[in-house]
Design a protein around this ligand. Structure first.
Ligand code: TYD
Length: 238
């Protein structure tokens, strides 16, 4: 696959140059982190599961007309992706209240929101990814108003594809985080990953959590839960 120089190492992925200037190679790691990396662990096979899950979901979104940075899955833990300039805004989409939304505002955990909520957080480990509004984004020159409007519209479109897809598989898509990048000519592409590291999935029948909350909350069975999400994505409803 001609993996070149290590360009960037994040909490869950490494990015390498490739033999083409406009393409990079992403490697999914087995590392698990939570609470801005204050809690760390490893789960052998997690990187491979997330690589498969994210490849599948990006393919589904491409089919629905959403442009992504993904070119192809190379092997178990690697993807070939388009080089993009990441917009330093985490876009959080929520269908059901939990996590920081419930902690910050006292909204009942598990409340089905009357409409889908889209929030922006500034991607900054030093500042602990603070929540921001559009005006902060403009003042800090993170993105233009046009781009922020596009991020919100795309985030809602992604939810409109993924929420029913998971519902058919008896999983509630509670919330998720997506990141976007600027590609050639400033075109906005979905980047990073969509996996149980960056989404919350609750089993519709048992209420069981099948995502990184198993690690955050020390519930155990992280890998089994991620394997279950993959099985459901591949169509086998247990
Ligand atoms: P949120 O409830 O804000 O985070 P937490 O309770 O972990 O503080 O998270 C909403 C969703 O977005 C959840 O599925 C996890 C995901 N997310 C990330 O993947 N990375 C992040 O840095 C953040 C803030 C959220």
């Amino acid at each position: 696959m001609n993996k070149g120089e290590l360009l960037y190492e994040g909490k869950a992925k490494r990015l390498y140059t490739s033999d083409k200037k406009e393409e990079l190679i992403a490697e999914f790691k087995d590392d698990l982190t939570a609470f801005n990396a204050q809690k760390k662990s490893q789960e052998v096979g997690k990187g491979g599961l997330n690589c498969l899950i994210s490849t599948h979901l990006f393919g589904l979104l491409e089919k629905a007309g959403i442009k992504t940075h993904l070119i192809e899955k190379i092997d178990e833990t690697h993807q070939r992706v388009k080089r993009v300039e990441i917009i330093p805004i985490e876009v959080i989409v929520r269908n059901i209240a939990t996590g920081s939304l419930s902690r910050r505002l006292g909204i009942q955990d598990g409340l089905v929101l009357p409409f889908t909520l889209v929030e922006f957080c500034y991607k900054s480990d030093e500042l602990d990814d603070p929540i921001i509004c559009d005006q902060h984004g403009l003042i800090m020159k993170l993105a233009t108003q046009n781009e922020m409007d596009t991020l919100k519209a795309l985030a809602r479109e992604i939810n409109e594809v993924l929420r029913p897809f998971f519902a058919q598989r008896r999983l509630n898509l509670v919330d998720f985080k997506v990141e976007f990048g600027r590609g050639e000519n400033g075109e906005i592409l979905l980047a990073d990953e969509i996996s149980p590291d960056s989404c919350r999935f609750w089993d519709m029948d048992s209420g069981e959590k099948l995502d990184k909350d198993r690690f955050r909350q020390d519930l155990g069975g992280v890998k089994v839960a991620y394997e279950e999400v993959l099985k459901r994505i591949e169509g086998a409803i247990l």
